[in-house]
Design a binder for this molecule. Sequence first.
Ligand code: TYD
Length: 213
Amino acid sequence: MSRAWFITFEGIDGAGKSTHIEGLADWFRSQGRQVTLTREPGGTPLSEKLRELVLHQAMDPLTEALLMFAARREHLLQVIEPALARADVVLCDRFTDATFAYQGGGRGFDWRVLQTLEQWVQHLPPAADLRQPDLTVWFDLPPEVAAQRLSSARVPDKFEAQPVEFFRQVRAAYAKRMQEMPQRFARIAADQDRPSVWRDVLQSVAERVHESR
Ligand code: TYD
């Protein structure tokens, strides 16, 4: 049986992940794989309620970080772990790197506290190691470009409404996460036209998947 895959997608708002995640889901299905498509914050009824709160209410940065991790714990236990146990391909729109990027980078919240929360939430006995994505596809683009793309979009949520400087910090924090765990990251230059971004995404995912056969 083919092995399970846990693939996450990251980037600042406006980086254009969504269509490529759908494209990858179709690509895996065309190879006969079962795909679980999910997102954070969210993915379970409780986590979706928490999403509503964190995306639309002002709150203290620690409260915000705790709610992100609370939503994640439920999501891991209810959706991600069962899907991986069935050897599904789990495609998750954002995961813990987003908390380091947005709450750590954007909000300036303590990196080490986030690491502690990560240890609590992603430790799932009897496994000794933390649950981490097998691959994280980071759609990287300059915040100025993202801001232009977003300006014509829908009504912004709490994060999308942040100034460009916030997204500079978010982007820097993604880069720091990649430096800390380079083996699981694939950085995609997202400031290209859509077909070129798709070519790069598919290439980096296909490479990893075939490598580990
Ligand atoms: P996003 O996933 O981009 O969904 P949509 O495209 O529907 O807006 O939005 C989620 C927002 O939540 C995004 O601005 C990033 C933010 N976020 C955090 O601040 N911390 C987190 O841990 C996660 C998962 C998301």
